[in-house]
Design a protein around this ligand. Structure first.
Ligand code: PGA
Length: 247
């Protein structure tokens, strides 16, 4: 069986010093897991030369190749500091930074041109879920992102309502295993058709309030190929506990 991906998404947290301390403290003893850290841009270069037991991801990438785009970071620059994976279409970026389906698609193309594997986030909002539109939204996001794409991608199912960011003031709640299993099967089917591969060949990770307490129930589901972990990934000890829950 393929190893499960555990991808830490640090979001806009930490400093150079906390990133290096994490690299020092974090070890992976579970051979069934590939550990990846999506660190803020400013920490990637230092982490690339640090001793570490995880691969590097970026949290974003420019949709443009290079040139006069002040403030942007290109796929070439990410490749240059050893980045292997790139998150695109995260719901915070879709909600706060106008990351449209078209931008998500263009970013996938940029990453793949540099042999960086895109981690494409999709997920329905609470409102869409209430209206019974989950499958329709997932289908449309997956198709828009992947149309014309032929190289491998990783997809992250992140129901917006289950991400800790969007549950302010409440104890964060992950989606239920049955909902996760259903959505993952759907995403695999749709993505497999667009990419022209078997549904089982499309890795789909779950993201949204994964913690050491619920990791066991979520990560050992058949169609769950790993997790994208936000809040619970900031401490090395907490991410290591999650990794130990993969059997
Ligand atoms: P969370 O974030 O684990 O804090 O809910 C997950 C994500 O946004 O990728």
């Amino acid at each position: 069986m393929a190893r499960k991906f555990i991808i830490a998404n640090w979001k806009m947290n930490g400093t150079h010093a906390t990133a290096l301390a994490f690299a020092r403290d974090f070890t992976v003893t579970n051979k069934k897991v590939r550990a990846v850290v999506a660190a803020p841009y400013t920490m990637l270069a230092a982490l690339s030369v640090a001793d570490r037991e995880f691969e590097l991801a970026a949290q974003n990438v420019s949709e443009y190749e290079d040139g006069a785009y002040t403030g942007e970071i290109s796929a070439t620059m990410l490749k240059d500091v050893g980045v292997r994976y790139g998150i695109v279409g995260h719901s915070e970026r879709r909600a706060y930074f106008d990351e449209t389906d078209k931008r998500v698609h263009d970013k996938i193309v940029r990453l793949q041109a540099k042999k960086i594997t895109p981690v494409v986030c999709v997920g329905e909002t609470a409102d869409q879920r209430r209206k019974g539109e989950t499958n329709r939204v997932l289908t449309s996001q997956v198709q828009a992102a992947l149309r014309g794409i032929t190289r491998p991608v990783i997809i992250a199912y992140e129901p917006v309502w289950a991400i800790s960011t969007f549950q302010k003031g409440k104890q964060p709640q992950a989606a239920q295993p049955a909902d996760i299993a259903r959505a993952h099967a759907h995403i695999k089917r749709v993505a497999g058709t667009v990419l022209g591969v078997a549904a089982t060949r499309v890795p789909v990770l779950y993201g949204g309030s994964v913690t050491p307490d619920n990791a066991d129930l979520i990560l050992n589901l058949d169609d769950v190929d790993g997790a994208l972990v936000g809040g619970a990934s900031l401490k090395a000890s907490s991410l290591m506990q999650i990794i130990h829950k993969v059997y």
